[in-house]
Ligand binder design. Structure first.
Ligand SMILES: O=C(O)CCC(=O)C(=O)O
Ligand SMILES: [Fe+2]
Length: 261
């Protein structure tokens, strides 16, 4: 609903009197949630920045707790988004919405917050080297809306411009394996800016540690069609962390030779 110019509001009040509240200003009663009283459990954390700068341990702990509260809420909301996306993707792939979710009971969600300082030699420096994410889906917040993320499209890098209020969704390597290559993980990198710092927050969604990662039976008509060997998620991650970030090479060890992707 667009705002009214001030003179229009003044004219409305003059015409109807202050006791009449136009419907556009009424709060919806069905969404009326209680307002907590001051000093109760729902206290707003206060952090003394001066003490924080001096390295005061109590203040650091207070900041940590304050951030965790916000982070927990953010992560819970992002998890609902990731689950919803995976269910919709399953439907698009012609399988029941819960086919992917079932493999992800007790799945792992992890968060990485990145800070890219401005750099005098921005055109020569890598923020993050080209890679694909070793998960199902990554939900990324370009927190201060500074350019930097690029995805590989054919032979070129395509900038993913921050869009106010929008989250970026990356298909990850494990979704590529689950779908037997029907959905391909996206190769991406980050470049830095010469003048501006950049902040991002990536939330990764993976199956549980003891899940088997391999093409889902629903995605493979004959056993021979499987493009990847199945492997313990835990073992696969060990391979991932043992390697340098070098484009989409993570799946090489489990790729079956006759297929590519
Ligand atoms: O900072 C970004 O925009 C991307 C970060 C990223 O690709 C990652 O953490 O895997
Ligand atoms: Fe990434």
């Amino acid at each position: 609903m667009a705002s009214l110019p001030v003179p229009s509001v003044q004219a409305m009040v003059a015409a109807t009197g202050i006791d009449h509240v136009p419907p556009r200003y009424l709060r919806p009663t069905d969404a009326d949630e209680p307002v907590a009283s001051d000093g109760g459990e729902a206290e707003i954390p206060v952090v003394d920045f001066w003490r924080l700068q001096l390295g005061d341990g109590d203040e650091l702990a207070r900041l940590h707790i304050a951030c965790q509260m916000a982070l927990d809420r953010y992560c819970a909301a992002v998890k609902i988004t990731a689950d919803g996306l995976l269910a919709a993707m399953a439907t698009n792939l012609g399988v029941e919405p819960e086919v992917i979710a079932e493999r992800c009971v007790g799945g792992v969600q992890s968060v990485r917050v990145q800070y890219y300082p401005p750099c005098g030699q921005a055109d020569k420096v890598a923020g993050i080297s080209p890679h694909s994410d070793a998960d199902l889906v990554t939900i990324l917040l370009q927190a201060n809306e500074v350019d930097g993320l690029q995805i590989r499209r054919g032979g070129a890098w395509l900038p993913v411009r921050p869009l106010e209020g929008a989250l970026i969704v990356n298909v990850g390597d494990i979704l590529q394996v689950f779908t037997n290559g029907r959905y391909k993980s996206v190769e991406h990198r980050v470049v830095v800016d010469g003048k501006k710092e950049r902040l991002s927050m990536a939330t990764f969604h993976s199956p549980s540690k003891n899940a088997i990662v391999g093409p889902l039976s629903e995605m493979v008509e004959h056993e021979d069609d499987a493009a990847y060997t199945s492997m313990d998620h835990d073992e696969l991650l060990k391979l991932f962390f043992a390697k340098k970030l070098e484009g989409k090479n993570f799946l090489n060890p489990i790729k079956k030779l006759k297929n590519s992707g």
